[in-house]
Write a protein that binds this ligand. Structure first.
Ligand code: SAH
Ligand code: SF4
Length: 438
């Protein structure tokens, strides 16, 4: 979501004549788009702000701005540090050019007003990915859920959905520019609604733009993901069969304290429904270890849920208290750090074994992959994802197998980013499917 917000910012700044540079030493304005979701994300930014200070020392006219969630949360502290010239929250990006014009060293500009309407619907983001294959499209902003550990509703404000016609227009535009995949983004995509349009209707509209456009989305909330969304996914070949379904904990007591509005049982039933309607669907999750009052028994419940579900992969975090949240006000952050880390490591170790199992289960299967570019590990190989989101690596040339030399040099058979190719899985690690071309 922050990558996409940065694309919006580049677009707004570009309209006012600003150009992007890859070299910080060349920049007159440095904007850091920030995340507040965990403390270490914020600590990294404080480190960056010090780095920017070196630029300011060498070139005193350089303006440093902190934008996004951390700007919203820490406006005063940022200004008091005397290290930043501009602080703009997630709903103030339209004002950035004007703020940059007005800011001078010693006279900082600040705008952290949250909005009930802003969706940047008319802004065509400047795409940052270099391969031109996959684009993010924000379909909504903010969140109305107030999970007790989470700072997002405070930094990003109330939920608002974007007009579906502007979303479809943006998707058509990226297709015209050669993109092959869009990911629809929202904190809780299933609560998307605009007039009578629901998320499943939006998903269908985007899927119908072109059969060769892949459609992904994130994030689904277990309490809101509807059967209609699953049936819509089943009806459209080009809607990728992957659902990111954050569980957060396997313990009912923790889920209540977290204010997640589902139980362990409900979660498992949703997983069963997904697997019934969409066999082979990729399933990933987020989990928090060591939330307030978490006992060994609660933790065991999380491990047993991970064991039972068998996620393909997971984002796993130690609980980090966020000031101002309900949990920070109501519950002591009482699981000692070493216990949090030990529990987190146990989840990571279990998930490592489960990932390997889940990837092994795909050996011998045939998948259609959208080529993203060269593989990071081996430049002679390409990589790209299967519909189920698993990363595949495979040879770059049709008709030659891994390791053989390409003779003749005619590249009609050489695959490139944006091509679709069928592969057969030969081997795997816990994070990659190693494939031959089919
Ligand atoms: N809207 C998404 C999640 C957005 S935040 C959802 O509801 O699923 C991304 C992930 O960060 C969360 O799923 C959660 O696992 C993690 N997270 C959020 N707040 C956290 C905190 N205070 N400490 C640790 N992890 C946290
Ligand atoms: Fe945070 Fe919960 Fe909203 Fe996700 S749904 S952004 S975890 S408050």
């Amino acid at each position: 979501m922050n990558v996409n917000d940065t694309e919006v910012i580049f677009s707004i700044m570009g309209r006012h004549g600003y150009e992007k540079t890859e070299d910080m030493a060349e920049a007159d304005v440095i904007l850091a788009n920030t995340c507040s979701v965990r403390d270490n994300a914020e600590q990294r930014i404080w480190g960056r702000i010090d780095q920017f200070g070196t630029q300011k020392k060498e070139r005193p006219w350089v303006l440093v701005g902190i934008v996004g969630c951390m700007a919203e949360r820490l406006k005063d502290k940022l200004l008091d540090s005397h290290k930043v010239d501009l602080v703009a929250g997630p709903d103030s990006y339209r004002r950035l050019p004007e703020m940059v014009e007005a800011a001078t060293p010693g006279h900082p500009q600040i705008d952290v007003q949250l909005s009930r309407e802003e969706t940047y619907a008319d802004i065509n983001p400047v795409r940052l990915d270099s391969n031109g294959v996959s684009a993010f499209i924000s379909i909504m902003r903010g969140c109305n859920n107030v999970c007790s550990y989470c700072v997002v509703p405070y930094t990003r404000g109330a939920e608002r959905s974007r007009d579906p016609h502007t979303i479809v227009r943006e998707a058509c535009d990226v297709v015209e520019r050669g993109y092959k995949e869009v990911t629809l983004l929202g904190q809780n995509v299933d609560s998307y609604h605009f007039g009578d349009e629901s998320f499943s209707a939006l998903l269908e509209m985007v899927a119908e733009i072109s059969p060769s456009l892949r459609v992904r989305f994130s994030t689904s909330n277990p309490q809101d993901i509807s059967d209609e969304v699953l049936y819509t996914m089943a009806r459209h070949e080009n809607i990728c069969k992957h659902i990111h379904l954050p569980v957060q904990s396997g313990s009912d007591e923790m889920l209540v304290k977290m204010r997640r509005r589902y139980s362990r049982e409900w979660y498992l039933q949703r997983v069963a429904k997904i697997r019934e309607v969409l066999p082979g669907c990729g399933l990933t999750t987020d989990v928090i270890a060591g939330f307030c009052g978490e006992t060994e028994e609660d933790h065991q419940q999380t491990l047993s849920l991970f064991d039972e579900v068998g996620f393909d992969s997971a984002f796993m975090f130690a609980y980090s208290e966020r000031p101002g949240t309900l949990a920070a006000k109501k519950y002591p952050d009482d699981v000692p750090q070493d216990v949090k880390v030990r529990r987190l490591n146990e989840i990571i170790a279990l998930q490592g074994r489960k990932s390997l199992e889940r990837y092994r289960a795909d050996i011998g299967k045939r998948f259609t992959v959208l080529v993203e570019g060269p593989s990071k590990r081996d430049a002679a190989m390409l990589c790209g994802r299967a519909s189920n989101y698993k990363m595949c690596v495979f040879p770059a040339v049709k008709g030659v197998t891994d390791g053989e030399r390409v003779m003749g040099g005619k590249d009609a058979n050489v695959l490139k980013a944006g091509d679709y190719v069928d592969v057969i899985v030969r081997d795997c690690t816990a994070a990659t499917l190693i494939c031959d071309l089919a």
